[in-house]
Ligand binder design. Structure first.
Ligand code: AMP
Ligand code: GLY
Length: 423
């Protein structure tokens, strides 16, 4: 069969690598893709938000399945448009992708269906939000309602910071229309865990756990980024935590969406915080995480196409998800200056060192093929992933592999997965 993947990051490279392992698949296309994806798929120069062009391409090539990796096209309704043209697509429709597209929606859903999450209030008016801050406790968390490249969350330690935050989100529209509504939320503390799951509208099957490192610098210092590295599984995601989440969070979310007439098919990503009062939902995403996909998918034994088709057909109950009994660590190699200002266009040396190395992956995030070779083309450039028998070994392997490649301005965190030493 012919598969089209929509997106251009490390997550889409990891999805493409999984798809390439399926013996059901003959041809893989990616719109728009990147230099790494181009090694295993045919990249087509169509942007992820160019819905008409994507639909026309999928029709022309007789694509059997389109996998939408990114949040923007999901929230914008790409799956609806593909379906309307009679094409099969993996991912939630627009009315279900709102689970990620609107934080106010997801918070209200959790409240209505008693799914554990932080206490919150929603505001559409900046004056009201500023008034609320007069009596609030600190720290407090401000969240722009809509999509903001993972940057729409501000943790404010003082009333002054929070007031500035309300102004920049709601009045100055730092995140554009994503800031038309604002969620103000109780600050929680605890370990964070990411749990990705496949959902077919009724049945949910969770994948192995992972943990992201969102801050730019070692020791969780610096600005929030799209993610500087991940590991899987999380030693903090115990059987007890899993049992609690199964009882109170996972199925409850799927049932809540169905009860609202917003049947969810695709991937739900549960961002969890393990608080003293038990696990609570920090956020939902309607897609694989990036860079969570880079550590979860390499450990999955199932054929991703079979699982995706079961989600679409509503037969996920027939599938048993299986993961390898090992561990993975992904270290992101970024451009110096990310997530603020950085240069692009530097040649990347050593990519060939990954060829034929079992258990090692060089997932491309921001790269481009040019006449001079493959060059850096984004803030996050590569996601170096390695397996190991346990997390410690995977971490050693991943950091060793970060030395195999080089480019000007190469920057990484040196403590990805370090928390596992405390486990
Ligand atoms: P989100 O985009 O909702 O995942 O938020 C980004 C990051 O902000 C999360 O990964 C947490 O580290 C942090 N965060 C979000 N909500 C809260 C909260 N209520 N309490 C503490 N930290 C939070
Ligand atoms: N790694 C977090 C995300 O994909 O949103």
């Amino acid at each position: 069969m012919k598969v089209l993947i929509v997106g251009s990051g490390g997550r889409e490279h990891a999805i493409a690598a999984s798809v390439a392992k399926s013996n059901k698949v003959d041809e893989i296309y990616c719109a728009p893709g990147n230099a790494g994806i181009g090694m295993i798929a045919e990249c087509v120069p169509i942007g992820a938000m160019e819905f008409d062009k994507i639909v026309a391409f999928a029709k022309e090539k007789k694509i059997d399945l389109t996998i939408v990796g990114m949040d923007d096209p999901l929230v914008g309704g790409l799956v609806d448009e593909l379906n309307a043209a009679g094409l099969k697509a993996f991912g939630p429709k627009k009315d279900a992708a709102i689970l990620e597209g609107s934080k106010a929606f997801s918070k209200d859903l959790m409240k209505k269906y008693h799914i554990p999450t932080a206490a919150y209030e929603t505001f559409e008016d900046a004056e009201a939000a500023l008034g609320y801050l007069e009596t609030a406790g600190f720290p407090i968390v401000l969240k722009a309602d809509g999509l903001a490249l993972g940057k729409g969350v501000l943790i404010c330690n003082t009333p002054e910071e929070a007031k500035e935050g309300v102004k920049s989100i709601m009045l100055d529209k730092q995140f554009g229309s994503a800031g038309n509504k604002l969620v103000i939320e109780e600050f929680m503390t605890g370990r964070e865990v990411s749990v990705l799951s496949f959902v077919d509208g009724k049945t949910i099957k969770t994948m192995t756990s992972a943990q992201d490192h969102k801050r730019a610098k070692d020791g969780d210092q610096g600005l929030n980024t799209g993610g500087m590295g991940t590991f899987s599984p999380s030693p903090f995601y115990t059987e007890e935590v899993d049992a609690f989440c199964k009882e109170h969070i996972y199925q409850a979310t799927v049932d809540a969406m169905a009860a609202e007439g917003r049947e969810f098919k695709g991937v739900i990503f549960f961002g969890l915080m393990l608080t003293e009062k038990g696990p609570k939902v920090l956020e939902y995403n309607a897609r694989f995480g990036d860079p969570e996909a880079q550590v979860v998918l390499p450990r999955m034994k199932n054929d991703i196409i079979e699982v995706a088709e079961a989600c679409i057909d509503g037969t996920l109950d027939k599938i048993e998800l299986e993961f390898e009994e090992n561990a993975t660590v992904c270290v992101v190699l970024a451009s110096e200056g990310y997530p603020v200002a950085y240069e692009k266009g530097f040649v990347i040396d050593g990519l060939e060192n990954f060829t034929g190395r079992d258990g090692y992956y060089c997932f491309h995030a921001g790269t481009k093929k040019t006449d001079e070779g493959i060059v850096t083309n984004g803030g996050r450039v590569l996601g170096i992933t390695a397996k190991g028998k346990d997390l410690k070994e995977a971490r050693l392997n991943a950091y060793a592999a970060t030395e195999w490649v080089d480019f000007q301005g190469k920057y990484m965190r040196n403590d990805i997965g370090k928390a596992i030493d405390e486990a």
